[in-house]
Write a protein that binds this ligand. Structure first.
Ligand SMILES: *Cc1c(COP(=O)(O)O)cnc(C)c1O
Length: 219
């Protein structure tokens, strides 16, 4: 299957309210160019340096999404152009994004990454931590970030029912929080190649798909 045919298939088959992030990490610029020429405009990357190199080489109307764990000392590199940071997992990172956004005169859109499984090893906020942070009202101290919604990575498992219960739990939290953040809180990022259909059934409106489009990653 070519990149072009996969992009066309996804654009035709995804429900209209679901946005597609083409996860292009570790793939060469020519692969992204092919997806772009097939009509794809949102790309997801997991490393700031790699994303910045690709951003400089490709058309300006691409939306660049940071989906991987982000170290605070790398925020500065992507602050001038990043469209959405999916992987915001601490107040420290919120504070640094706010600081870097202010310096380049932008408001940067973010999602909070949440992990719902009991595994404490996973990155992201657990639900209780997130509630404490939100209830503290601390976000008002960061006017250069705008919270657009929530993101999760499903537990790596063959048990699709487990993934589904996680996705539906995140949807419930998202639905509960929406009235507190208003219109701009509109993004629920969940679902990858192996589980995007289930994520959409549970209300995802942004899927992050890599290997289905670009093939297996070469590490
Ligand atoms: C790599 C990655 C994806 C894409 O995964 P595929 O299984 O290749 O579709 C999605 N989300 C995150 C956070 C990733 O790191």
């Amino acid at each position: 299957m070519s990149i072009t045919s996969q992009i066309k298939y996804l654009h035709e088959s995804l429900p209209s309210e679901v946005r597609l992030v083409a996860v292009s990490k570790f793939h060469p610029i020519e692969a992204l160019r092919e997806a772009y020429d097939a009509g794809q405009r949102i790309f997801g990357e997991s490393r700031p340096q790699e994303m910045t190199t690709k951003q400089a080489a490709l058309p300006a109307d691409i939306e660049w999404h940071m989906i991987g764990h982000l170290q605070t000392n790398k925020v500065k590199m992507i602050a001038p152009y990043v469209a959405l940071i999916h992987s915001v997992d601490s107040e420290r990172l919120v504070a640094e994004i706010d600081r870097c956004a202010a310096r380049v005169g932008r408001v940067i859109d973010i999602l909070f990454e949440v992990h719902l499984a009991a595994e404490e090893s996973k990155s992201g906020w657990n639900e209780a931590e997130l509630r404490v942070f939100i209830d503290s009202g601390a976000l008002v101290h960061y006017p250069n970030v705008r919270l657009r919604g929530l993101m999760t990575i499903g537990t790596l498992t063959d048990d699709i029912e487990l993934n589904k219960s996680e996705f539906c739990a995140l949807r419930d939290l998202y639905t509960e929080l929406r009235p507190r953040f208003g219109e701009a809180f509109d993004t629920l990022s969940m679902g990858m190649t192996s589980d995007y259909r289930e994520a959409i059934e549970c209300g995802s409106n942004m899927v992050r798909i890599g290997s289905m489009i670009f093939g297996e990653r070469v590490y």
